[in-house]
Design a protein around this ligand. Structure first.
Ligand SMILES: Cc1ncc(COP(=O)(O)O)c(C=O)c1O
Length: 375
């Protein structure tokens, strides 16, 4: 376990002694290692990490020290950050739309796998070493995710057939990639994609070197813990059943499910107003930004002086600290009626798309990060 920060004994030890007005993100290297181990043990292929979910050096250093070698990067800036943490990192550039300048930079970084979803983007890559992996990105409509990426990325089956053939003709290594959509709880979404991946490879008469099943693995946002092992098993069983001896190697690139549970956010109530309105020292312009798109996670608790608040609760409208009136959680939080100014709200499973999306609007959005042995 690695941390460049001194490790406090626990979240609660730090919260009651040292919290000073700014939101604190508590980071547990132990929990991050456990998440990585869960993928390593359960997923039948190469486990990579989607850096966009949380590019902090704490996360990258810990994953590298735990043995993770390969990273899904979306930009040259992410490549730079990853290589600072692990100079030998293998880079998968799986953002399928790139400028010529970005392509040139990525080549300097020695990118080893490129996702493409159109002929023009394939052509734009120019000369590549023979055997370079091109992961053709498939999109089909599937249900089961909090939101789908299909409007923006991915080629339909017909186009994937043509792209796979073109990749092979060019002497490059044909693979296939997809993303079932974020916070996807239903294994059927991956299964459907794998069925289509098999069908297009048959039609193209191209053997796939690898199938990258993306991210999209869900984390706990309410009372239901996601069953990742069920997803892993169905992915593996489906590939073996369809492809048999010609089964491609599997790759996954989780962001959210790798990192979310390793962080808990402690916010403080700055003010209570009127009937059931709370002002917090963080909000949708800060570390709670994703709540605006995915809805409010139910993984929160109210605390005061070392005790969890209980008793009858009510729905509270929650505003963040900025002067903007839309700095408001999209739905109320159910909080004990006894809450007071100075109490803390702890949001767990908050490590993904929090630090990476926070803005400095109105001078807020910053936080202290504290490494802990335990939540
Ligand atoms: C290509 C790609 N891979 C992986 C991910 C990570 O997805 P998630 O955080 O849902 O696991 C994303 C998210 O945007 C992505 O675009």
């Amino acid at each position: 376990m690695y941390s460049s920060l001194p490790i406090s004994s626990s979240l609660h030890a730090h919260l009651w002694q040292s919290y000073s007005d700014r939101p604190v993100l508590y980071f547990s290297p132990k929990v991050l290692h456990e998440s990585y181990q869960r993928f390593l043990l359960g997923f039948d292929g190469l486990v990579t990490y989607a850096v966009k979910a949380n590019a902090s050096s704490l996360v990258l250093d810990n994953l590298a020290s735990a043995g993770l070698t390969t990273f899904d990067v979306a930009s040259p800036a992410e490549m730079q950050t990853v290589r600072a943490a692990l100079p030998s990192a293998v880079l998968h550039y799986h953002n399928p739309v790139r400028s010529l300048v970005e392509i040139a930079e990525a080549k300097r970084f020695g990118v080893q796998s490129w996702a493409v979803d159109s002929q023009t983007e394939l052509d734009k890559l120019g000369a590549l070493a023979t055997g370079t992996e091109i992961a053709v990105r498939l999109h089909i409509p599937v249900a089961g995710a909090a939101y789908d990426f299909g409007e923006k990325f991915g080629a339909g089956p017909e186009q994937v057939v043509a792209l796979l053939r073109r990749v092979k003709q060019r002497g490059l290594t044909p693979s296939l990639t997809f993303h079932p959509g974020t916070q996807c709880t239903d294994p059927a979404a991956w299964v459907r994609y794998i069925e289509v991946a098999h069908a297009v490879s048959q039609r193209a008469e191209v053997d796939l070197e690898r199938v990258n099943v993306g991210g999209g693995f869900a984390v706990w946002r309410d009372r239901q813990a996601p069953d990742l092992e069920r997803v892993f098993t169905q992915i593996s069983d489906c590939v073996k059943a369809l492809f048999g001896e010609k089964s491609p190697a599997l790759v996954c690139e989780p962001g959210r499910a790798m990192v979310a549970s390793a962080f808990t956010l402690a916010t403080q109530i700055k003010a209570l107003r009127g009937l059931r309105t709370v002002f917090l020292n963080d909000g949708v312009y800060g570390l709670l930004s994703e709540f605006r798109d995915l809805g409010v996670s139910q993984r929160y608790q109210a605390w005061r002086a070392g005790s969890k608040l209980a008793g009858p609760s009510a729905a509270y409208t929650v505003f963040g600290p900025t002067c903007d009136s839309i700095d408001k959680l999209p739905s109320p939080l159910h909080l004990p009626k006894s809450i007071q100014e100075g109490d803390y709200l702890l949001f767990s499973e908050i490590g993904a798309y929090s630090l990476s999306l926070a803005t400095a609007f109105n001078g807020y959005g910053g936080c202290e990060i504290v490494a802990v042995t335990d939540f």
